[in-house]
Design a protein around this ligand. Sequence first.
Ligand code: F6R
Length: 602
Amino acid sequence: MCGIVARIGRGNATETLLSSLESLEYRGYDSAGIAVQNGSGVKVHKCSGEVSDLKSSLDHEPHGNMGIGHTRWSTHGPPTDENAHPHTDSAGDVAVVHNGVIENYDELKAELQENGHEFESDTDTEVIPHLIDEYRSETDDTETAVRRAVDTLEGSYAIAAIVDGEEAVYAVRKGSPLVLGLGADEWYLASDVPAFLDHTDEVIYLEDGDVVVLEPDSYRLTDAEGTPVERSVETVDWDPEDAGKGEYDHYMLKEIHNQPSSLANTIDGRVDDGEISLEEFPPGTFADVDTVQFVACGTSYHAALYGSQLLRSAGVRTDVIRASEYETATGPVDENTLVVAVTQSGETADTLDAVRKGADRGGRTLAVTNVVGSTIARESDDALYIRAGPEVGVAATKTFSSQAVTLALLTQRLAEDVPEASPPGDQAEMLETLADLPAHVETILESTHAEELAREYLGSESYFFIGSGLGHPVSLEGALKFKEITYEHAEGFAAGQLKHGPLALVTEESPIFAICTGNADGKTKTNAIEAQSRGAPIIAVGSADNPIADVAETTLEIPDTHPVWAGLLANVQLQLVSYHAADLLERPIDKPRNLAKSVTVE
Ligand code: F6R
């Protein structure tokens, strides 16, 4: 986890570093810090808390044309001022920011301490500036010292370092993301593109082992052996406005409201005259696949459950495995197994680990992700992009919708290609109705009474979400969203499972959201009525004529559509309920406690 940034060029770096860090706060917000070079030493400013706390702790704008910055999600050591990055060597000449985990830091620290190095923090990162300092005393060349330092590290890292008296930023990447931004007369480094999107859309996605030296007028890129490497310059097609909050109070609300356009982008050009047209995957691409294994975490896991139901109903053998459980939960894997990693960020450590294990066992790998150039996209055999645009709110919203639609389209291609599978009979109708999905979301956004409902049930003991068929993954997603941003107790169940235990928790203080997709709603109704007879208020989430409407207190209404898309519309209503409940409870919606958007530790 954590976000790192660096900038070198003309003019003062501080403002850019601080605003870049704000764009990366979704990666962690336990502490923040910057270090700038200003001709009279390396100046470090850091504190626990958010970037806004760092800003208000600065009594002047630190001056320097180059610097590094960090926003932290704690792994080694609590979120204190001392543990905030940048970290320095004993003399304060070398400052380093780091995203990743150094596994052998204990032994390195002991050796360095024996050599007289003094440490101030509990972090694994602090060994890095001390190592660079140690090797600088053996060679005059900082680049060589940086290379020797990283050679001793075990684990994953994206590192940026500055050194007193040198107009240069040194950076290395292994196992954690790092992107180089090429501005008109300045260079940027960051864990993710939104950090510098205001300044440039020209980027180089660095590869593992790459070492970069940025100087004010040039940059040098070499591999781990020191051989110069060429990396292609790509143009990012994200609008800088996509990465900002705009007129909204929270990124989450903005991203919920962005769904008509993000979904239109996901669909664009992929359905042509009633046929699937996945540019990257022409017909026949998956002719040798006999089993599909989805691996994913959290919200992406729910999207994978959604996709897997569609795939199974088309007759394709399918497993869905929580990525963190892959080691023990996977069945046989061979060259006919397609391991599909579903991950918004493309950096989730558990998912990366699962997909690597799947590849080691001989499987073919496919990443379904939002982030071009992410580790998973580069490591997998193929990548299919969900094209949702940048998502900053920690709670995933628009990316779930785009993941589910992308998986539904992938399902159609697989069902056409995989021997003995066949697309469902109503494929034409399903694809035809997909075009209306963005407009249907718009209708919900304009007409919803989610806020009123959130207010009515505020203060309940628990919130339950039930659904059957495609309503089941939506019930799980509805509950996950609710708990992560409101901190209230919420659980999702397959409707028929309620009576096998959870019903014991049901009281008049536990509203039940019953999701109707137009398919398999009978079970949802029976179980909702059973809960209602124990006093629970029932809220139907479905079309106006959903079968639960007549017994429910109220319906959160969705436009009529094909059952495959209905669950996604129901989910938009549930996103809004969660958002408004959290807002009424004054929770930090975009930065829920203990969480971060991209979980790069196992
Ligand atoms: C919940 C949420 C998380 C992520 C999970 C996987 O709102 O965002 O559950 O879905 O951490 O992240 P990705 O999709 O980046 O692999």
